[in-house]
Design a binder for this molecule. Sequence first.
Ligand SMILES: CC(C)(COP(=O)(O)OP(=O)(O)OC[C@H]1O[C@@H](n2cnc3c(N)ncnc32)[C@H](O)[C@@H]1OP(=O)(O)O)[C@@H](O)C(=O)NCCC(=O)NCCS
Length: 334
Amino acid sequence: MYHSKITGVGHYVPENVVTNHDLEQLMDTSDAWIQERSGIQERRFYRPHEKGSTAKMAFHASKMAMERAGVTAADLDAIVFATLSSDYYFPGSGVLLQDMLGMDTKPAIDIRAQCSGFLYSLSVADQFIRSGMYKRILVVGSETQNIALDLTTRGRAIGVLFGDGAGAAVLEQHNEPGKGILSTHLHSEGKHAEILCLREPGTGNDTIIYEGMHENHDAINPQMDGRFVFKNAVRRMPEVVMEALTYNNLTLNDLDMLLPHQANLRISQMVQKLLRLPDEKIYNNIQKYGNTTAATIPILMSELWEQNRIKPGQLYALTAFGSGFTWASALIRW
Ligand SMILES: CC(C)(COP(=O)(O)OP(=O)(O)OC[C@H]1O[C@@H](n2cnc3c(N)ncnc32)[C@H](O)[C@@H]1OP(=O)(O)O)[C@@H](O)C(=O)NCCC(=O)NCCS
């Protein structure tokens, strides 16, 4: 029986720090409003001179993860790449990263599950390893979101929440039961697809690019019913964490750390409260990066790795909720 475990994690964020005060120059907002509603103090936006497209940021994060795992590109069997902000409409960013890493003809799989993208990808990679098909997989989440944000007053409800960044993990086969990825749990509810979406470019208008597209503000900017997203996130994340614990005959007392997707500090605090977790058992970094969508969970893990806070034998729950709706969890015994 094969199992998978994470042997290295890495991350990359652009150097360009954009504070709430910087956003005050662009729109009618305030540092106080943003901090009070979301906890965000600053985020990173890539600038063209950094050459930081989604695949390139993923490349930097992947190199760090591979170095920490002690593997080279030649050791990898596949890439599973999550993003909602791919470099091209098609192909996905996975093949671009595959080329940058020099992975010959190894497969690259693109996953579109937005904020749950990394956990969906981890689940796909875990299944490949459990089946014995692959031994070592690079799992990546990377997002370049600032170019799709309306950073004027009209787009402020969404524009202040998101940031850019990338994270990656090397997943490897091992044979010790009860260690590594214990289980993953995935859900979606497509009836809420339009609650949080970006309509264009898409085929819903017969052609991908149509005349006048750039005049249709609602089509080319992300749309969100923030309150509805909030309510569903605080319901679904605790639910799917409990699903993972129950599946493994474990309880909240067994958990050493919860790493929740970083959409809003108030969402994380509510999830923490509902699960009755003490402060030391939850890790948040939204204050520095905003919501980096599929990159968030691996960035959290990479920061914990750097702080030497990931300890062998400890139990970690990862959970995410986002556009789709999609939500997911993973339970890891390190
Ligand atoms: C988006 C969110 C922060 C908004 O908080 P909220 O308390 O629901 O605020 P509302 O949207 O009701 O807006 C309240 C007021 O602030 C205003 N406002 C919105 N964005 C603003 C901004 N950036 N700066 C200042 N004022 C803002 C609104 O226009 C509204 O004004 P009004 O009362 O005069 O109409 C919150 O709903 C949220 O975090 N939702 C979840 C979002 C999320 O997680 N998305 C990603 C999922 S992965």
